[in-house]
Design a protein around this ligand. Structure first.
Ligand code: UDP
Length: 499
């Protein structure tokens, strides 16, 4: 690998053509769109695969990209709901309301393989590299077919990936007698904290009955990829990145936080990120302007976590009782008649001077970026955590599934930039007094709050530095593009020798 200062910056980068294949869910599409922007801003050509419904959600972003002349293409492949028996239009994981449709959704996703291959073969500029989502392992085959290299984009952080990798390697899932038996994660970097988990809290990726084949495909694709793309940065977790690289025997490229591809004053892009917002962004900003700095808590649980009506009512009551100003996001799919009625029966009236309820999609990045926001009640999806870190907002952690409990460990135990709600499983009803007490604990003045805020602000500063010229993520991106160009040239030479 050439030293950083010898790396070609942009002129030849247009010869690199990246193909990005996300799983069709906002937590995977959003970071891939951001990554596409980062690569295109450096001169590389990017193809980001989408489908008609998903494209309609990111239309404003696509328009902004086209207007700015960034070389990103968004081929809209037909999502074959009809072929697998999915209701028409179910093109995103958050549109699946019946759990029995999950398998069909992943089957439909894998059927994008052929049309994508046809599309790529028709392109004037041949692809040079495939970045496939960990949940689209079939896209690794496309790279094989096109005889180009591929890397896996996990959407997890190195800390969680390392824990899961080591648990699997040591066969610990098979050794425990129950899902709730606690064990220490082996093989973590020396002098680093002991991390204790249970199988329930660190289940692995699709490591559950009925998903064995898909799980094996994911692991096979990961182990045979040329490297891993991480939405993370050096100063956040370098010992874990290095240990993960060693464990995997491949390079892990920490090139994030991707959300920082959007400039501080680019409100339009921030407001449109991931979907059209369900509130008037200007009104939301004006309301935040009236609040004291650091006084508002933002409560949101990502794009696919589903809360019951009873749980939503407990959360609302807890937020109200806490006395702190808040923005609370309830997903469209959670807006049952029961919840609607409860909100209208007095809640909205009682909290109107200090609470905003978003019914649908919230412009999360825009909200978190406002100085009035001083806390984030989060389900610990990695994008949400990293957005809070990048902006410098302390967290109240309420994980539900997947990597979220491990992300909580990093936030609370390792980085000490948040406090935990102490949730053991996503299945139990959390009462309003617990919500109230936890919000108070996070937001009320006190030493703990000052220390957490100082730490997270410091990490935010480091995150920004990482993404600026000369910063670790910026230079890793330079090296990544250079790596692609070198591999491309080597391939040409090989082909030339064969002729
Ligand atoms: N998000 C948003 N508005 C919402 C809900 C989610 O902008 O109302 C964004 C959030 O900023 C993040 C992504 O959607 O970028 C969710 O990803 P995350 O990994 O946090 O959680 P997931 O949805 O995958 O569980």
């Amino acid at each position: 690998m050439p030293p950083v200062n010898m790396v070609a910056r942009t002129s030849s980068n247009e010869n690199a053509h990246f193909v990005l294949v996300p799983l069709m869910t906002q937590g995977h599409i959003i970071p891939m769109v951001d990554m596409a922007r980062l690569l295109a801003e450096r001169g590389a050509v990017v193809t980001l695969v989408t489908t008609p419904i998903n494209a309609s959600r990111i239309k404003i972003t696509m328009d902004i990209v086209h207007l700015s002349g960034l070389p990103i293409r968004f081929p809209e492949l037909r999502f074959p709901c009809d072929v697998v028996g999915l209701p028409l239009g179910c093109e995103n994981l958050d549109l699946i309301t019946d759990r029995s449709h999950f398998h069909s959704f992943f089957k439909a996703t894998s059927l994008l393989r052929e049309p994508l291959l046809v599309y790529l073969r028709e392109q004037q500029r041949p692809p040079s590299y495939v970045f496939f989502d960990v949940c689209t392992p079939w896209a690794a085959d496309i790279a094989r077919e096109l005889n180009i290299p591929r890397m896996v984009f996990h959407g997890y952080l190195a800390f969680s990936l390392l824990c899961l990798h080591n648990i699997r390697q040591h066969n610990l899932y098979k050794q425990v007698t129950s899902n709730n038996e606690a064990f220490n994660v082996p093989g973590l970097p020396q002098d680093h904290q002991v991390i204790q988990v249970t199988k329930a809290k660190a289940p692995g990726i699709f490591n559950s009955p009925g998903w064995e084949k898909f799980h094996d495909e994911i692991i096979e694709a990961e182990m045979n990829a040329d490297g891993v793309i991480l939405n993370s940065f050096h100063d956040l977790e370098s010992p874990y990145v290095e240990a993960y690289e060693q464990a995997l025997g491949a390079k892990a490229w920490a090139v994030g936080p991707f959300s920082l591809c959007l400039k501080d004053d680019d409100f339009i892009s921030k407001a449109a990120r991931g979907n059209k917002a369900s509130i008037d962004e200007q009104q939301c900003l004006s309301w935040l302007d009236t609040m004291e700095i650091g006084s508002v808590i933002h409560a949101s649980f990502g794009s696919i976590t589903h809360m019951s009506p009873a749980q939503l009512i407990e959360i609302g009551t807890g937020l109200e009782e806490s006395g702190h100003p808040f923005i609370w996001v309830i997903k469209k799919s959670e807006m049952s008649p029961e919840v609607e009625q409860w909100l209208k029966e007095g809640f909205e009236e009682r909290v109107k001077s200090r609470g905003v309820v978003v019914k649908g999609w919230a412009p999360q990045l825009m909200i978190l970026s406002h100085p009035a926001v001083g806390g984030f009640m989060t389900h610990c999806g990695w994008n949400s955590v990293l957005e809070a870190v990048s902006i410098g907002v302390q967290m109240l952690t309420w994980p539900h599934f997947a990597d979220q409990f491990l992300n909580e460990k990093l936030v609370v135990d390792v980085l000490k930039i948040g406090i935990t709600m102490g949730i053991e499983t996503g299945m139990v009803l959390v009462k309003s007094d617990k919500v109230e007490m936890s919000v108070r604990c996070l937001m009320d003045q006190g030493d703990g709050r000052l220390e957490r805020r100082w730490r997270v602000k410091e990490l935010s500063r480091m995150a920004r530095k990482a993404m600026e010229g000369g910063g670790s993520s910026y230079e890793n991106t330079t090296l990544l593009i250079e790596h692609v160009l070198v591999m491309q040239n080597e391939k040409k030479v090989l082909q030339g020798n064969k002729l």
